[in-house]
Design a protein around this ligand. Structure first.
Ligand SMILES: Cc1cc2nc3c(=O)[nH]c(=O)nc-3n(C[C@H](O)[C@H](O)[C@H](O)COP(=O)(O)OP(=O)(O)OC[C@H]3O[C@@H](n4cnc5c(N)ncnc54)[C@H](O)[C@@H]3O)c2cc1C
Length: 1019
């Protein structure tokens, strides 16, 4: 369906909005200033109190959800079980897995039906309680065996649980199809009309905005399906009503991520070329029918892009449908830039002489935004960290929307009685036209009261879809209703008094509720390790310096060492050892920490070098520099914490101490795939432990290493403690490891080269030295049928193809349950087709080239072989003439044992499994490697058991399996994958140290003076 129509062309990105990571207090104070004198909060309470009271006095059956979640909060085992089942059970196709999942989740919860008073809640709890008792009887364990009776019983339990989840889901869906939903809407409208009969305005005031449910698109096929479903819905809505105006008519809400799998800032050109024509086709339908089409607000990293999209669409609307006032979008008040978004939207409307419908929401992705900022080491949070700050921002945005009433029809979406009362007060004071909005299944109680005022109109956001499509939406709503801070949750809690419930949020701005991403890690032994600083590539201010550095970088030539250089360097480093080793550990740590800080400040410069020399994509470069910074800071802290002299217990009259020191000259040999992070990690670990270091980088990437060595010298590492020796492994590597002064080797690379080094060390005269080897893997991901295919495919694409598959942690073997394999494979194929393979310097590139010609020849030869031996499942397109690009590709194999060797490139193997999942794990172990493993299942006990059975170093459950974070996921494997200890873990530094115990007979000089003085009786 991809369109080559030049309807829309992307302009270069400009920053329309301020920096998102400004101090929260400043942003909130600015918002508060706009509300000065705007609101009489005592009046807000007077308005809201009777609503709250009425709802509490007459709880309707639709309260079930709120009270259910109050009974079983999402923080409890029961609440969590409910949410997990709601998220997964309905999509599981095979009975065995459904039984295992139900037993696993229900087995850990204690639902008590008798404690529950009334309503569907009682029924849900009852079903759950009987399911529990049945499950206790029939389900011996999540994956346990059972006889016929037990299987029959288990099926009954599962059927009852499915029924309970369907009941839960039904509260949030208006209909399974648009026709069913419209019928239901009509009934609700009639009810409202009769409730209002007798008042001056007998119109129901009830409007609907339909939402077609589903996960975001991962493939073109998904996008086509959503486009058709939105199109059908618009046509059905327009057939069902004669719309006088979009404001009073029913309309539709659309998600751009459903219409295009790559709705991302990095894909601007494709967004304009491919997504916008699709949106335009829906706009044509909606505008012709004169109804409202609103674009939902999604994650923050699309915020700037969404304004550009709005602007481009508005320009075309102005030219084609200048009179149409039904185009709209949602604005999230929890954004620190929310007020400026409102201003930008008003400016766009005014410039194009249009009127928009703007839905103001607080925002549904708060937890995800906080996590993304922490993971990315961003300089702050893009959303507020206090609920009251979001409430303040909401009111400030509401005021701004009302002030722009000439170009904006404000739609206030909230279930919060205090917010509703405040909005009514502000809007009426200005005489502005507006409507309220709520989600179907939420806020019915409050709106039943609010709507008694016949001048209030309310639009219901009405999800439409089958049960399977509901799951992600349902979980969002469960979280929303279950969160302690949420209004609906507190409304259902009679212990929260009305005053507190309706209290004004407009108090002083408070400092952030939790530490900034830089201060994520807790203080350990008095040391606060700062998180490395990342960059938000969707924010121009963060990205521009990186782009500039890439453009300006010329990779310098690094002189190759000779074998004579090696001999000279090793003597020099051996001479330098004593002085460096004698420096107190805190002093060495301070130097390494300083190096980390210098590197942190030079993110752009190092990204430039990494792109140009190692051909890594910008995102990968940022992650790599951050990892190197983390290594410096982490090992500096670890040295201070773990390498200090320790007093040991012993008999009286004697003192005992354990001391650590360096071993001598360490040889560090690193690979090209992480030319900065692995290089720096090895070198700084060896240095901080007191060793001097001969560092040999990969032949392909000496410039990054040379720059890092300069930086370490700048930070204070003496010249005779660290030398770079660039050259081939066969000569330089070999003479370094064979050198008499070599007191230890730290190596990352292939198993084959590790074996050569091991033999060299074995043949060397002199002491037996430590050898730390980190080698390859045949990494697998096991997927059962409770996993979410979309999540699986995201994880597969990131793990198998990012960095062109050139990571030792990369996914090589996807082992997927037979019952969902076809669907997952189809989605992987679709996702492969969406990958951009090309120049790594371009932000839009997902997959860059392989490192050199040798790698290219090797990978393409293997792909050629697989094309003959295995079933080709899918392959990406290469539309670029950048050298050495290999199209990411997936093949199906007959069995796990058919996978023989690690292909270091973007090549994925897929195997189907059926039967015993433990056997699958056993077969993976049999491959002999043990680096990373992914497990995708919602059966917690199964995930834990598989992790125990796995002979691998890093196990990742329900996520991707790359990008181990220093100090968080210490990295390294076993078996053919390496010797350990794990890099970035608490045991790493010891391997670089020699130990000494010092025992002093304190009673030697005649007697035990301390004991006689009564000071010590031992220990
Ligand atoms: C008609 C309609 C359409 C919607 N469309 C969208 C949409 O397009 N995009 C979207 O993202 N959401 C959308 N939502 C969901 C909406 O964001 C939530 O329903 C809403 O946030 C709940 O707010 P409330 O005023 O009802 O409840 P309240 O309980 O008053 O507010 C809860 C909200 O406060 C915020 N919050 C909670 N804790 C904190 C904290 N510690 N710090 C800062 N803020 C916090 C969160 O945004 C949370 O959702 C829509 C909602 C409705 C009613």
């Amino acid at each position: 369906m991809s369109s080559s129509s030049p309807l829309f062309v992307a302009a270069p990105q400009q920053a329309r909005l301020p920096y998102p990571y400004r101090p929260e207090v400043d942003v909130v104070e600015a918002a508060l200033a706009t509300l000065q004198g705007q609101l009489d909060w005592a009046q807000v309470i007077r308005t809201g109190r009777p609503w709250v009271q009425a709802v509490r006095d007459k709880p309707a059956p639709f309260w079930a959800m709120e009270s259910l979640l109050r009974e079983y909060p999402i923080s409890s085992a029961e609440g969590l079980a409910l949410m997990r089942l709601a998220e997964a059970l309905l999509r599981v196709p095979d009975v065995e897995t459904a039984i295992a999942l139900t037993a696993d989740q229900l087995g850990r919860a204690e639902f008590d039906a008798d404690a529950v008073v009334d309503g569907p809640h009682k029924m849900l709890a009852g079903i759950s309680a009987s399911a529990i008792s049945l499950s206790k009887k029939f389900l011996p364990g999540a994956d346990g065996e059972g006889g016929l009776l037990s299987r029959l019983g288990a099926k009954t339990v599962v059927a009852a649980t499915v029924r309970a989840i369907q009941l839960l889901g039904r509260q949030f869906v208006l209909g399974r199809t648009i026709a069913e939903a419209m019928e239901e809407a009509q009934d609700q409208r009639k009810d409202m009309e009769s409730a209002r009969r007798g008042s001056a305005n007998a119109a129901s005031g009830l409007r609907f905005s339909y939402d077609m449910l589903g996960e975001g698109a991962r493939t073109e096929h998904d996008a086509e399906r959503y486009l058709a479903s939105y199109g059908n819905a618009i046509q059905a809505i327009s057939r069902g009503q004669v719309a006088a105006s979009p404001e009073t008519a029913d309309g539709i809400s659309i998600k751009l991520s459903a219409l295009f799998s790559r709705y991302e800032d990095g894909q601007r050109e494709r967004v304009f070329a491919e997504l916008l024509p699709r949106v335009w086709s829906l706009i044509e339908l909606a505008a012709s029918a004169n109804l409202n089409l609103t674009i939902d607000a999604e994650e923050t990293d699309r915020l700037e892009l969404s304004l550009d999209v709005l602007d481009a669409l508005a320009a075309r609307i102005a030219a084609t449908f200048p009179k149409w006032t039904g185009f709209g979008l949602a604005v999230q008040a929890y954004q620190t830039r929310a007020l400026q978004v409102v201003e930008a939207v008003a400016e766009i409307a005014r410039r194009h002489k249009l009127r928009f419908m703007v839905r103001l929401v607080k925002g549904a992705y708060w937890d995800g935004e906080i996590k993304r900022a922490q993971e990315g080491g961003l300089t702050g949070y893009p959303v507020f960290t206090h609920k009251e700050h979001t409430d303040i921002s909401y009111l400030a945005c509401a005021r701004a929307l009302i002030a722009h009433a000439d170009v904006i029809y404000p739609q206030f979406a909230t279930h919060n009685a205090g917010t509703i009362a405040a909005i009514l007060q502000m809007a009426r004071a200005k005489g502005a036209a507006f409507e309220m909005q709520r989600l179907h299944g939420m806020g019915e109680g409050v709106y039943r009261e609010v709507m008694k005022d016949p001048t209030v109109a309310c639009r219901v956001y009405a999800p439409v879809g089958e049960h399977r499509d509901l799951l992600a939406y349902l979980v969002r709503r469960l979280l929303e209703n279950g969160a302690n801070s949420s209004f609906v949750h507190q409304l259902a809690d009679n212990t929260v008094d009305v005053e507190r419930l309706l209290a004004s949020p407009m108090t002083n701005a408070r400092p952030p509720a939790f530490p900034m991403p830089a201060y994520l890690y807790p203080v350990d032994h008095g040391l606060q390790r700062r998180n490395s600083t990342g960059a938000d590539l969707a924010v121009l201010a963060d990205r521009a310096p990186l782009d500039a550095a890439v453009a300006a970088t010329v990779v310098p030539q690094i002189r190759e060492a000779t074998t004579e250089d090696v001999i000279t360097a090793m003597v020099k480093l051996d001479d330098g050892f004593a002085a460096w080793n004698e420096r107190p550990v805190n002093e060495r740590a301070a130097i390494i920490r300083r190096a980390g800080d210098l590197l942190d400040a030079r993110l752009a410069e190092f990204c430039g070098l990494l792109v140009k020399e190692a051909h890594k994509t910008l995102g990968d470069c940022v992650a790599e520099v951050r990892e190197a910074v983390d290594f410096c800071r982490y090992y500096a802290d670890q040295a201070q914490i773990r390498l200090q002299d320790q007093t040991l217990p012993g008999p009286t009259g004697e003192s005992n101490e354990l001391r650590m020191h360096g071993r001598g000259v360490f040889v560090c040999i690193s690979p090209w795939n992480f030319p900065l992070a692995i290089f720096a990690g090895q070198v700084v670990a060896a240095l901080v432990a007191g060793n001097t270091v001969a560092a040999k980088p990969a032949e392909q990437t000496p410039a990054v290493a040379a720059r890092m060595v300069e930086l370490l010298h700048e930070a204070g590492v003496p010249k005779d403690a660290l030398t770079l020796l660039h050259g081939p492994g066969e000569t330089i590597g070999a003479s370094l490891t064979a050198n008499l002064h070599c007191a230890g080797v730290c190596f990352t690379g292939s198993t084959q080269v590790a074996k050569i080094i091991q033999r060299t060390l074995a043949h060397k005269d002199g002491p037996i030295v430590p050898f730390i080897a980190e080698t390859g893997g045949l990494n697998a991901m096991i997927v059962d049928s409770s996993a979410l295919p979309e999540q699986v495919v995201d994880a597969v694409v990131q793990s198998a193809f990012r960095s062109a598959g050139q990571r030792c942690s990369a996914l090589r073997l996807l082992v997927v349950h037979g019952s969902i394999a076809d669907g997952v494979i189809e989605m992987v194929r679709g996702a492969l087709a969406e990958l951009n393979v090309g120049d790594p310097a371009r932000l839009s590139t997902d997959v860059g080239p392989v490192i050199d010609d040798e790698a290219y020849i090797n990978v393409t030869r293997n792909v050629g072989r697989l094309k003959k031996e295995a079933r080709l499942l899918g392959e990406a397109k290469v539309n670029s003439d950048f050298p050495r690009l290999v199209a990411p590709v997936a093949f199906e194999l007959g069995s796990i044992a058919d996978l023989k060797e690690e292909i270091f490139g973007p090549v994925l193997h897929v195997v189907r499994w059926n039967g015993d999942v433990d056997q699958v794990m056993h077969d993976i172990n049999e491959l002999g490697y043990g680096l990373t493993l992914g497990i995708q299942t919602r059966i917690d006990s199964r995930a834990q058991r598989l992790a125990k059975l796995a002979k691998v170093g890093n196990v990742y459950i329900n996520r991707n399996m790359i990008g181990a974070v220093v100090g968080v996921q210490p990295f390294g494997g076993e078996g053919l994958s390496g010797t350990g200890p794990k890099a970035g873990g608490p045991h790493y530094l010891f391997r670089f140290c020699a130990e000494q115990t010092l025992t002093v007979n304190t009673a030697a000089a005649g007697g035990n003076a301390a004991l006689l003085a009564g000071e010590s009786g031992g220990h």
